[in-house]
Design a protein around this ligand. Structure first.
Ligand code: NAD
Ligand code: USQ
Length: 416
């Protein structure tokens, strides 16, 4: 199968491109490297020393004998080039990761809100309309998010896979209908994913585009069987307050002895999946596309749910690092329950990697190995959902600087 991996230089896209290539598919990455540009804007680097994309691809060829193509293209603004690319390559499948994916970054400023909407909505719509305009009959797999459902909307009822059965009262009795689960986004980023869903419904109905939308939970872990084959293939590990996600942040914080940064009481329950399962799920989704004319197929791409404070307690008990309850910079329910249906992937053969198997080996290993690359000033989440929620600096002085990372002990950027 010839697969285009849009956003193939990113945290999920890079290991997916390698996995699919390793499994014998012809892979072409399309990426504008905007994520690397945002690192420069935020003055932060991945905890792991990720290599330039050209070097990554050369090394993959060295270790596997396989070529992965690269097209540097901005999907939000370079529509004509996208059309030319689809016409030339005629891919069998397209995996769409190419969006601004951090909720805190999307709430950071008016500019980042506007960028997130412009980038994500235009990217998805350009892709859909280019598929139609070029008559490309590719299966489209999109990475959506569990956050489209919101948290706590339906109490403890399990979240279905995309569609909800409702009863519509009529004078002749109740009509039963399946509708897209009501959207309840908690950030501008999550809002873009709910808009994506509507675009998918329209293009599936009007143009018979075959679409699978994967409602993925929070991805944890770093490496896959392919990215460990050479250090120069290492995957990205975001730890900063905008892009770092909760469990990987806790693991990095534990590795440097920084108190674990629980927001509020840590009563938020979220769904998780390991990066190794992400790449498997993509392959399963590619092998099981909907038929032309079907509504978008939705899979909940999650393997387990945990409350944030329980994760912090678990990491704390394994490492001895204490938990700090910080004011929550987000507007979110103080406590929520979460039960998620994920029957589809399990039925199609997914064997989940659980927290208990992988927690310390891989992440603490990675976090421990690269701990000297941590910039302590980037750990606390500073992007707030509304003005007035800013975290006062005097609160943060209560968080002691880990002794091993006092500024004089940290290597300069050229020594890394
Ligand atoms: P990432 O930021 O690491 O990767 C996204 C990639 O897309 C980057 O390489 C970026 O340069 C590229 N990109 C962005 N806009 C582009 C554009 N206009 N044109 C071309 N390339 C563009 O993010 P990630 O963590 O790999 O997430 C990938 C997808 O999975 C996202 O859509 C995200 O919403 C979804 N997702 C991620 C997680 C998670 O925990 N990381 C969880 C659920 C869903
Ligand atoms: N949290 C803390 N402490 C931290 C970081 C986060 O308590 O140091 C809390 C947050 O307040 C939130 C929860 O942990 O309640 C999850 O935050 P997160 O940053 O790990 O995840 P989120 O912002 O939801 O976004 C991530 C990805 C996004 C993806 C989403 C899946 O960045 O791309 O869509 O997870 S989901 O959460 O299922 O919607």
């Amino acid at each position: 199968m010839h697969v285009l991996v849009l956003g193939g230089d990113g945290f999920c896209g890079w290991p997916t491109a390698l996995y699919l290539s390793d499994r014998g598919h012809d892979v072409t990455i399309v990426d504008n490297l905007s994520r690397r540009a945002i690192d420069i804007e935020l003055e932060v680097e991945s905890l792991t020393p990720i290599r330039p994309i050209g070097e990554r691809l050369r090394v993959w060829h060295e270790v596997s004998g396989r070529e992965i193509g690269l097209v540097r293209l901005d999907l939000a603004t370079e529509y004509d080039r996208l059309v030319a690319l689809l016409s030339a390559l005629r891919p069998d499948a397209v995996v769409h990761f190419a969006e601004q994916r951090a909720a805190p970054y999307s709430m950071r400023s008016t500019q980042s809100k506007r960028y997130t909407i412009d980038n994500n909505v235009r990217t998805t719509h350009n892709l859909l309309s280019a598929l139609v305009a070029t008559g490309t009959d590719a299966a489209l797999v999109h990475l959506g998010t569990m956050g489209v459902y919101g948290y706590g909307w339906s109490g403890s009822a399990p979240i279905p896979e995309g569609y909800l059965t409702v009863k519509v009262p009529t004078p002749d009795g109740d009509l039963e209908r399946e509708i897209l689960h009501p959207a309840n986004p908690g950030s501008v980023y999550h809002l873009t994913k709910t808009l994506d869903q509507l675009m998918f419904s329209f293009y599936a109905a009007n143009d018979q585009v075959r679409i699978t939308d994967l409602h993925q939970g929070i991805v944890w872990g770093t490496q896959t069987a392919q990215t460990v084959r050479d250090e120069r293939l290492i995957n990205r590990f975001d730890y900063d307050g905008d892009y770092g996600t909760v469990l990987n942040r806790f693991l990095m914080q534990a590795a440097i002895g920084h108190p674990l940064t629980v927001h509020g009481t840590g009563g938020q329950t979220r769904a998780f999946i390991h990066i190794r399962d992400t790449v498997r799920c993509i392959e399963i989704a590619l092998a099981n596309p909907p038929a032309a004319g079907d509504r978008p197929m939705v899979f909940n791409q999650v393997t387990e749910s945990h409350r944030v404070r329980d994760l912090a307690k678990l990491v704390s008990s394994l490492t001895g690092v204490r938990v700090a309850n910080l004011p929550n910079p987000r507007r979110e329910a103080v406590e929520n329950d979460l039960v998620v249906r994920n029957d589809r992937f399990l039925a199609l053969g997914l064997e989940p990697t659980t927290l208990s198997e992988g927690l310390l080996d891989e992440c603490t290993g990675i976090a421990g190995r690269y701990r000297s690359r941590v910039d302590l000033s980037k750990i606390i989440a500073r992007s707030v959902w509304r003005s007035g929620m800013e975290i006062a600096d005097d609160l943060l002085t209560e968080l002691p600087t880990p002794p091993a990372l006092q500024p004089q002990a940290a290597p300069g950027p050229h020594e890394r």
